[in-house]
Ligand binder design. Sequence first.
Ligand code: PMP
Length: 452
Amino acid sequence: MKEDGALGRDQLRKQAYPRSLSAYQREQEVVPGGSMRAASWFQPHPPYAARGEGCWVVDLDGRRLLDCANNFFSLIHGHAYEPVLDAVRTAMTLGTAFGMPTESEIILAETLAARTPRMEQTRFCNSGTEAVLAAIKGARGLTGRQRIAKFEGCYHGAYDWIEVSLDSNPGNWDDADGNPASVRCNAGTPDSVLQETVVLPYDDPQRCAEILKREGPTLAAVILDPHASRAGTVPMSRETAAVVQEACRRHGILLIADEVISYRLSYEGASPLFGLEPDLITTAKIIGGGLPIGAVSGLREHMAVFDHSKGKPRVSMGGTFSANPLSMAAGLVSLQHYSRDQVARLNQLGDKLRADLRAGFAKTGVAATVTGMGSLFRLHLGHETVTGYRSSYPTPDKARQIREIQLAMVQENVLLTPNCSGALSTPMGVKEVEQIAQTLVAVVAQVTGASS
Ligand code: PMP
């Protein structure tokens, strides 16, 4: 779509959504950037949420949006899910936080262990970031090594080492040997952090094997998300997963599977789908039922690194609101209701969505593809096959069109994330999936100028 078209829409938004606009203007005075998260901001201003019901979110101006962002994929049962609300209400009346353990933390840890045998033991915290940083500290404590390896472009939260090469670009992503370079993401990240972080290519098992052969003996951990959203939202190949698993075994490296998003892919989580046997698993999002949560889980022998019961632990892990009873109660209900049947149903709906989108793009002659697995999906512009970070990296023109598509989707009452990815939630059915597919095909055709 032409630039003047986009401007026209922006002006329309300003006229049509005065409450969100005025909230944004107020927020700009007291919050840098005018919103708390870059990820939930977009031009000219984000819609402000007033309330949610099921798979719908209602904004301050009364618009009902079909929510495929689900608070960044954390609301597997959608908004204000009555069983979660009931559990939280009950827990609240007993008190919101204690400087003592509660039985609720045992029950949620037992629930994870029952679903996922490698989650023998768990420590809870309040976010995926915290879980990942604790897992890395745990791996360092267990191995006595300091360096880690991560995959290029992959997001694991806001922690210096795991933010390395999060947004490397074609101008800086190769080192002198043609391997992925360790690139600073934030201004001021120390050089030592770059030296301590080895970067692996998501879709090149041969090169991964070479890098891990060379760097393996110095590594405490390799962290991977086998269905990484920033690496194109494509499943990691079995080959790459096997290369990492084998290198970890050979060199005594801890394998950390970051399943903060991908845990939803099966009843047991993501790793078994890829033949992975991680030493530590990090989860968050859906295991908290919509309340703040994070968790590090693993086999007893590895989790012992956090054991404080015999004196100072090798690695300490705690926090004022860790394992708070509200998150525990919400998480328990969320997992109980994400049964094998529900996992299968949601994954089938995801398959249908991707099939409908592919058919729609083909029919309208739109140069676009959709990636994803289970209930997760992401739009890419162009016909190229997406296999990882580099092949999903958009040209400036495509990046602009993706932003336009996200905005146009909101105009059509469907909320996607800024990179046009989304997640299904259990209140959705065939009707909603068809609405998402039809709207997205029409919007992509409009924005890219293809005929419909
Ligand atoms: N790991 C992955 C794979 C994630 O996608 C995210 C957040 N989207 C995180 C870690 C960090 O989780 P949180 O935002 O809860 O800190």
